[in-house]
Design a protein around this ligand. Structure first.
Ligand SMILES: [Zn+2]
Length: 197
């Protein structure tokens, strides 16, 4: 039998652009099953799909800002003012922890897409829950990401209550304890301006 070898040496697979990888991430089941209301902050699969579509269309920009983000100690950031995701490096999307950070930032883009101002501790609480929920979906212990205890408890319990297609409602206790975590992380008791994308 004749076996034809197409290639005798390894060929590097071209990497997708960062914006493609971000858009693809938001369409994976590990993100598309994150579905909840955290008071007035809602994070639905349809919002992540809208953000993915905006990234693909270029309505939302994806940029590298290594020096500033390294100085601030952030892997990634979303700026609702100029509708731009910034990443510290091309490698952020290569680890589950980095992708969890991207999902956190994408939830801020979801709030911007919804075009309404939010209480900072609510929006950050929801973003941290997204991060923990994503890691749980990947089978990774969220304590490895140094997330606060109440965030992990709320994400674990909300994920356990999740039903297909129905957003889970955070309880009053979950909102209050996670807001306390956000206060401990020095997030202000103020509002984020989300002006649409
Ligand atoms: Zn955040």
């Amino acid at each position: 039998m004749f076996i034809r070898h197409h290639s005798c040496f390894p060929v590097p697979i071209p990497r997708l652009t960062l914006s493609h990888r971000l858009a693809n991430l938001l369409l994976t089941p590990a993100v598309q099953t994150i579905n909840f209301r955290f008071g007035h902050v809602h994070v639905f699969p349809s919002h992540f799909r809208a953000v993915a579509a905006a990234v693909r269309a270029g309505t939302l920009s994806v940029a590298f800002d290594p020096v500033r983000l390294a100085t601030e100690g952030s892997l990634a950031e979303y700026d609702s003012g100029n509708d731009t995701f910034s990443f510290q490096s091309d490698m952020v999307m290569e680890t589950a922890g980095g992708r969890a950070t991207a999902v956190h930032e994408a939830s801020h883009a979801c709030a911007d897409f919804r075009n309404r101002d939010t209480a900072i501790r609510h929006e950050e609480g929801a973003a941290h829950i997204c991060e923990a929920w994503y890691l749980l979906n990947c089978g990774i212990d969220p304590t490895t990401a140094h997330l606060p205890a109440n965030v992990i408890k709320a994400a674990t319990d909300m994920r356990d209550r999740a039903l297909p297609s129905v957003p889970v409602r955070a309880t009053g206790t979950e909102i209050n304890t996670v807001r306390r975590d956000m206060a401990n992380l020095k997030y202000e008791n103020a509002f984020y301006d989300n002006d649409g994308i």
